[in-house]
Design a protein around this ligand. Structure first.
Ligand code: NAI
Length: 401
């Protein structure tokens, strides 16, 4: 894989058919990818997208422009599509990563690049997946999804609420990160910054801070609250000073974990640094934030977040917070639980993370930690390092590089 001319001949498989996939297809086509296939294991989803696409392709409506792209194939059959792909991008929530890898793994091309967008926590631990190893595949992970986006009509249009200015990317082997950032940045049309270890992507996963953190901050001790339709709170714009305080504490604790890990790993310089949530918001959103003064204002005045409400479930005529939403089912087991495992290995105390983790786990009806130990019945349904036989800093650092 070398040279921009060759990149244009790259065949890309997008795995997933949701919001992210709908933006990715036109982005890839606009940036010049010659062939883009969409794989979803769900026949019904594949049919819905195919029917929509037949009317002229997917239009991504950005705040200031439009991009259009027609996928070359949409299928629920991995064996017809995956063997052709040089690059495979998983655009699905983290709880679907392993299932996706199992579905596509046997069909991967030798040496293919396989990555997640975003990878959330512990994606690097899947580097030991037998098909990844057998096919000498390169693994990559994005710290975040480059866009805030919502499908308007399946296979036809998607609304892009905001675009991040820079997205960090890590890879296994880690030495390839600069090449991955350069290639994928060009292929998707997004500026990317390489990091020296995938562990920096895991700790830098901001979903684990904002999603469980805001839910905890808004609904701690009032989980029975219910709202009329017009009263459903705004998720980001509803963040108060107190809720932002929780987010800052989580962010600070992650910073301590990252600092301890850097010492153990011997990392110096900036390429494994995990900045604060506020720094990340400013780096990612720039001018979309009207008032960058503090974490609360960065969230509340960010145009990419405007109008987004809390996840809800209907309860009679009212609406209650949805404690089984992806904001928890993805960002707790594939976010905070992973970070907590790394904190334990590094010997760093994380009192705020512990409290948020315990409360959110209870809301979800899940059990990860019991008496400060990762022995809960659901720990196996997470990417805690213990599931991958990782118990020491040396094993951890090796798994991330
Ligand atoms: P979505 O809900 O629109 O789409 C999810 C896709 O995953 C669907 O195609 C669905 O069929 C598939 N899927 C779900 N469970 C599956 C399973 N068990 N096996 C295989 N496929 C499965 O999700 P969206 O919005 O595209 O999000 C993708 C990722 O991007 C998630 O990690 C999300 O947290 C993240 N993200 C999304 C943002 C957004 O604005 N949409 C913003 C920031 C991050």
């Amino acid at each position: 894989m070398s040279g921009s001319g060759v990149d244009r001949k790259m065949k890309v498989a997008v795995c997933g058919g949701g919001n992210a996939a709908h933006v990715l297809v036109p982005a890839l086509k606009e940036a010049g990818a010659s062939w883009v296939g969409v794989f979803t294991p769900f026949q019904e989803e594949a049919s819905r997208i195919s029917e929509g696409v037949a009317s002229g392709g997917i239009v991504a409506r950005y705040p200031d422009r439009e991009a259009r792209g027609v996928p070359d194939v949409v299928t629920s059959a991995a064996d017809g599509l995956i063997p052709q792909a040089d690059i495979v991008i998983l655009a699905v929530p983290a709880f679907a990563h392993l299932g996706m890898l199992n579905a596509i793994g046997p069909h991967l091309k030798e040496g293919a690049w396989v990555g997640a967008m975003p990878s959330r926590g512990g994606f690097e631990f899947l580097g030991t997946h037998p098909d990844i190893a057998r096919k000498s595949a390169l693994l990559f992970g994005f710290q975040t999804l480059p866009w805030a986006c919502r499908i308007v009509a399946y296979g036809r249009s998607v609304r892009v609420l905001g675009v991040k200015r820079t997205v960090r990317v890590g890879s296994l082997p880690s030495a390839a990160a600069a090449e991955v950032a350069e290639r994928l940045g060009r292929l998707i049309g997004i500026r990317m910054r390489p990091v020296a270890s995938m562990l920096a992507i895991t700790l830098g996963n901001v979903g684990q801070i904002v999603h469980p953190g805001i839910m905890y901050g808004l609904f701690r001790d009032r989980e029975d609250v219910a709202f009329a339709e017009e009263e459903i709170p705004l998720f980001y714009q509803g963040v108060t000073e107190a809720v932002a305080g929780v987010l800052d504490c989580i962010s600070d604790e992650i910073g301590l974990v990252a600092g301890a890990l850097s010492l153990k790993a011997g990392w110096t310089g900036d390429d494994c640094r995990v900045g604060s949530l506020r720094e990340w918001l400013i780096e990612s959103y720039g001018d979309a934030i009207a008032d960058p003064r503090d974490t609360r204002s960065c969230l509340a005045t960010n145009s990419a977040y405007a109008g987004l409400r809390i996840p809800i479930v209907k309860s009679g005529a009212l609406h209650r917070p949805d404690f089984r939403s992806r904001y928890l089912t993805e960002d707790v087991p594939y976010g905070l639980v992973v970070t907590k495992g790394i904190a334990d290995i590094c010997g760093v105390a994380t009192p705020t993370i512990d409290e948020v983790l315990a409360t959110c786990s209870r809301w979800m009806g899940a059990e990860y930690y019991v008496d400060s130990r990762p022995v809960g019945r659901d720990i196996k349904n997470s990417r805690h390092p213990v599931n991958f036989g990782i118990a020491t800093a040396e094993q951890l650092v090796r798994a991330g590089s």
